[in-house]
Design a protein around this ligand. Sequence first.
Ligand code: FPP
Length: 259
Amino acid sequence: MTKQTKNEEQDNSEVPRHIAIVMDGNGRWAKKRILPRTAGHQAGVKAVQKVLKRCGERGVDVLTLFAFSSENWRRPVEEVHVLMELFVSTLEEQTETLHENGIRLRFIGDKSAFSEKLQQEISNSEEKTKNNSRLTLVIAANYGGRWDILQAAKKIARDVERGTISADSISLESIDSRLSFPDLPEPDLFIRTGGEYRISNFLLWQLAYTELYFTDTLWPDFNEKSLDLAIEAYAGRQRRFGYTSEQIESGYLKQEMAR
Ligand code: FPP
């Protein structure tokens, strides 16, 4: 069964299984308070805690957060430095709590560019929480959707070179299974805070059929209520996956699934 079929099975359930968030607006939140941008990122971590807790209460299975894009290295050196320190300290301080709450932590992105210390913290937290199954928290760090597709393409090219697959047999599934989280469902709901209407090279392939939700709320102000509002908006959408609304309403999709 392909991942898209799995998502179609989920179709119009009221609570998304997988929510992916671009946490935008930390800098502006800080600027409004005449604080350094980095204070906005610190406040952003508190918002992560609130949203994670609410996701657990609402029965969301996977929460993917865009913590640092491949392009974020272009920011002022000092800001990048503070963000890296924040990742290390957050992991040091929060891994135990995540573990106690049954949360599995996973990272996607090119980790090789991070300091030894951060790479070590990442692998410690992944290892410690690997058997938890209540909720999976995916942190996209030094991640880019194009990078993800590129690394999948390289894996396919290597398999063709080795002769394990033929060029003609390459399918959507071949790409899907080589992306960063092949075993997780595709996001049902994408949220971007901070009033911008962009995907910004987040999960490009995986967002193909995801419901998009944008809010002006700056990330540090995003809380349990904000998440409930996003889930409410999602519940009001009809996911069609290319079918007509008449087909969906007549239960055609469910009959197809049962075949
Ligand atoms: C975008 O806001 C935010 C980031 C690039 C960093 C997000 C990181 C966190 C919230 C920390 C999370 C940490 C963990 C461990 C999950 P911006 O700076 O672009 O805001 P602006 O558009 O207002 O300038």
